[in-house]
Write a protein that binds this ligand. Structure first.
Ligand SMILES: Cc1ncc(COP(=O)(O)O)c(C=O)c1O
Length: 389
């Protein structure tokens, strides 16, 4: 008998309904079928050379040991300077900024900092896949409020109706994955009205903060002093500098919230990798314009992809932000979206994400998500296959 089999201990799962995420499944399937991978949200190109060179430099100049718990001071100062310039928020880099191994860890720490067993949290579906399990792991109860294709607007009346004394948290995400929709000023006003006077926190997932199109403004919650006192704002260096594999992001929150966040962060990762923090601090100081050009950079890719898809039978409205484009395929097939996504990967060589996986209870819609953070040739080849459908 195999050694481990002899132990016969099976833990009671804390997440019995969680399997391998769809992103891993689709990327593996894309590889197996040699399909063009427009599924998982990562660029197929590298970040700026100057930034990569700074990482090598710091690797060779003694920055290889533990960083401080909240992150390298130089980087926290750059982050504080950035949020002041972009959003007018004056935050203390010593107590209100923490660098984390990806936005993913920041989301987990922020949720864990405020959710106690029996607390309720509001999540808008379609939702990024970490929110719900992180809340449940902390003993929280998740209220899923649906947003539907094509506008994905929040029904604020429904939010108001689902709030009770146990509601502790609202999760927000703008620019939104998977829909590319943006929070508007009216949304922010509705949010302000709703939370005023209540013991509720906000986690604002802003990993696509710089990827906003057509001259629209990103409504960072950090712009709004009435909201910042209860907000954890989460960002991703991976998304901003085309380096999702580096696993580095950050969180900005008022000191009294950050103190609780840090208690959790210290026992998960303690700190974030050191050489990349120094390199990012250098690059932010030397090339502050980089994030401000990201919107135009990705808008060109969105326009290229949407233009190429124009003659196809897919129906779509160009994305407003993020690097995702949704498309309705109901004139091509009546398969459910998970089946259609598998079919597209296996038979037509383009891997995509079915939007239903982002919902607790998927509405009746036939929509898939394309990631257009890919090289022009890749997008052209994919589009050629898609217009043949
Ligand atoms: C909405 C959203 N939040 C968080 C993340 C995770 O970001 P990171 O790679 O920095 O952990 C992603 C990545 O796809 C995302 O789309």
């Amino acid at each position: 008998m195999h050694f481990f089999e002899s132990l016969a201990m099976i833990p009671v799962s804390k997440l019995p309904d969680s399997g391998t995420t769809i992103f891993t499944v689709m990327s593996a399937l894309a590889e197996k079928h040699q399909a063009i991978n427009l599924s998982q949200g990562f660029p197929d190109f590298d970040g700026p050379e100057a930034l990569r060179k700074r990482v090598s430099w710091h690797l060779d100049h003694g920055h290889n040991q533990y960083a401080p718990l909240a992150g390298v001071a130089e980087l926290r100062e750059q982050i504080a300077a950035k949020v002041e310039i972009l959003y007018g928020a004056r935050v203390d880099p010593a107590t209100e900024v923490t660098v984390t191994p990806g936005a993913t860890e920041a989301l987990f720490c922020a949720i864990s900092a405020v959710i106690h067993p029996g607390d309720e949290a509001i999540v808008f579906d379609p939702a990024y896949d970490t929110y719900d399990p992180c809340i449940r792991l902390n003993g929280g109860i998740v209220h899923h409020i649906p947003m539907v294709y094509p506008d994905f607007r929040i029904d604020w009346q429904r939010v108001a109706d689902s709030i009770n004394d146990r509601t502790r948290l609202i999760m927000l995400n703008s620019p939104h994955n998977p829909s590319g929709s943006l929070l508007s000023e009216e949304d922010i006003d509705a949010l302000k009205e709703l939370v005023a006077g209540r013991n509720m926190y906000l986690i604002s997932d802003e990993v696509y903060e710089h990827i906003v199109f057509d001259g629209q403004a990103h409504q960072s919650l950090l712009r709004h002093p009435e909201l910042t006192s209860r907000t954890f704002a989460v960002s991703s260096f991976g998304k901003t500098y085309h380096a999702t594999g580096w696993r580095i992001g950050y969180c900005v929150a008022p000191a009294r919230l950050m103190a609780e966040f840090l208690k959790i962060h210290q026992f998960i990762n303690f700190s974030t990798n050191t050489p990349m923090q120094y390199a990012l601090a250098d690059f932010m100081r030397d090339s502050p314009e980089f994030p401000t050009q990201l919107g135009a950079f990705y808008q060109a890719r969105r326009d290229l992809f949407c233009g190429l898809l124009e003659p196809s039978r897919f129906r779509f409205t160009p994305s407003s932000g993020s690097f995702f484009q949704l498309a309705d395929y109901s004139t091509i097939s009546n398969q459910p979206d998970t089946e259609f996504a598998l079919h597209l990967t296996r038979e037509h060589g383009v891997a995509v994400i079915p939007v239903s996986v982002f919902y607790r209870e998927p509405p009746d819609q036939q929509v898939i998500r394309f990631c257009f953070a890919k090289g022009e040739d890749t997008l052209r080849q994919a589009a050629q296959r898609l217009i043949a459908l």
